[in-house]
Design a protein around this ligand. Structure first.
Ligand SMILES: [Zn+2]
Length: 256
């Protein structure tokens, strides 16, 4: 069984007109397997629409780091709904990305394409933001947190296989959460000293979410990264200590 990623690479090479011999040398997949894929379009299609979760032998979605990032975006501010296409089983994943951060829009598009390369990504301009959309039958397989109502009104737990990925890539997961529902900005504090009033500025991260479960997942991932954090308010996680901000900067950094 070849991974989804290797199948995709091989199929793309075959499509580009490369010889089976060349594709075999480039991918390490033997020529008879490649010939079978080339000569059986329905198998090729099945491989292309390959879902790592509803496959007979479920595997982790790839690339793991992109999946962790996308999971953060989805839990922060994403939404899965029934697609408006005639085929009702098609689901729409929607992530709102502020116009103010074009780099983040690009990153969101790239992660969606990496995780579901066969699903087209579209953008719809809304007031002040782009809605980044992707249609697939498999979004609920990939994000089983999907359910009716707002996320904060229901229990949000990671499946065991999601936890495996988040434990391996906590930095990408937190990056996704902060890119969707968080912020890195300057905090101004006033100190009154004998020689008068002084203002100090220092960077800090805030992550705001109404779901206690999602705040808990964010806190657990920060713990795993060794980033000190606290609740600034019941629905806001703050990372403000100098060392903790420096550590989180290795994974997140300012929005761009
Ligand atoms: Zn599936």
């Amino acid at each position: 069984m070849y991974s989804a990623e290797r199948r995709r690479q091989a199929l793309d090479l075959i499509d580009s007109g490369a010889s089976l011999r060349a594709v075999s040398m480039a991918t390490g997949i033997n020529r008879s397997t490649l010939r079978e894929w080339r000569d059986n379009p329905e198998k090729v299609l099945a491989a292309r629409a390959f879902c790592p979760r509803c496959a007979d032998d479920p595997v982790l979605p790839e690339p793991h780091a992109d999946y962790a990032y996308l999971l953060g975006l989805y839990l922060g501010d994403g939404c899965i709904s029934v697609g408006s296409t005639p085929a009702k089983e098609v689901w729409k994943l929607r992530i709102a990305c502020a116009d103010a951060w074009p780099g983040l829009i690009e990153e969101c598009v790239r992660a969606l394409q990496a995780v579901r390369p066969t699903s087209k990504v579209m953008m719809v301009q809304k007031q002040g933001c782009q809605e980044v959309l992707s249609y697939s039958r498999h979004w609920p397989c990939l994000f089983p947190q999907h359910g009716p109502g707002k996320k904060h009104t229901r229990k949000i737990e990671l499946a065991d296989w999601q936890q495996v990925i988040v434990d391996r890539y906590p930095g990408d997961f937190v990056r996704g959460l902060i890119h969707s529902d968080g912020y890195r900005g300057m905090n101004r504090v006033r100190r009154v000293l004998p020689d008068g009033e002084h203002w100090y500025e220092y960077p800090r991260y805030l992550f705001t979410n109404k779901s206690k479960d999602i705040l808990g997942l964010c806190g657990a991932a920060l713990d795993r990264l060794g980033v000190e954090w606290r609740f600034a308010r019941p629905d806001v996680i703050s990372v403000a200590k100098k060392d903790a901000v420096a550590r989180l900067d290795e994974f997140v950094g300012p929005k761009y």
